[in-house]
Design a protein around this ligand. Sequence first.
Ligand SMILES: [Fe+2]
Length: 259
Amino acid sequence: MQRRRIYYFICLSTLIASIIAILLKSEEKMEVVYSKLSDKVFVFHYPSFRFLDLLRIGTRMSVIALKDGGTLIYSPIPISESVLTQVEHLGPPRYIVCPNQFHHLFVEEWVARYPQAKLIGPKELSKKRKDLNFNYFFEEGLPADLIDEFRFQTIKSSFHETLMLYKEGKILFSSDVVEFFKGSDDILTKVYFKATGIENRAICNPLFKFMYPDIESARLQLTNLDGWEIETVVIAHGDEILVMEAKKTFLDGILNNLK
Ligand SMILES: [Fe+2]
C-alpha cells in the first residue's frame, strides 16, 4: 500500500512539473544565426532547440569545405532554405556526421536531401536509429580523405561522443562534452541553469557525469588532445564559440569537473 502511494505521488509530481514546464516555456521562434569562421568553415546556431522539448539550450551545426570540393556537415540542425543557401555556397555535402548518441535528431532531413552523402556516427547509434544507413562508424575507421584533413578522438561515455579537429583551421568540434551558458531569457531554462550551477563557465554538465562510467579512461583519452593544435572550439550548447584560450578552457571545463 505504501509503495503504491509513493508511485502515485511520483506520477502526480511528474505530471504537475510537466504542466508547469509547458506553461513557463516561451514559444518564440528564433532565427538561425550564421557565423563564418573562415572561407572554409561555417557555423550555424539554432537557438530554438529545446533539450527534451523543455530546456532551450540551442545547438550548433558546422559545415567544413573539403579539399575535393565537397563539404562535411557536423551535427545537423533542421534544414531551411536560408541554411541550405549558405551550406551549398561551400559545396555539396559529401559527409554527414552524427557526433554522438544524441545529435541525430535532424539527420534524416539531410540524408533525404543529399542521398549521395556518406553518413558517419557511433556504432551504438545504429541500434537506436535503425531507419538510418550508416556508411562509417567512428570505431571502425574512417575514409583516408577524412583522416588527411581531420583528427578524431572518441571519449568513452554512454553517449559515445567523438571529438573532431579540422587540422588546417585548428578548430575542434564538440557536442556534449563541454557546455558554456551565460544565461537565458527563458524562465524554465534559467531555473535549470541556476539549479545545476553551470552558468558562466565552460563545464561538463554535472547531470551528464553518470554517463561516464569509466572516468579514468575518458580522462586518458582527453590527454590525446595535448599534441593537437587547437585555436578555436565549436561547442554545440552555449552562448559562444570558444576563442580565448580555447583549448585550455575546453579541457579545463571537462577535466576539472569530471573526477
Ligand atoms: Fe547535445
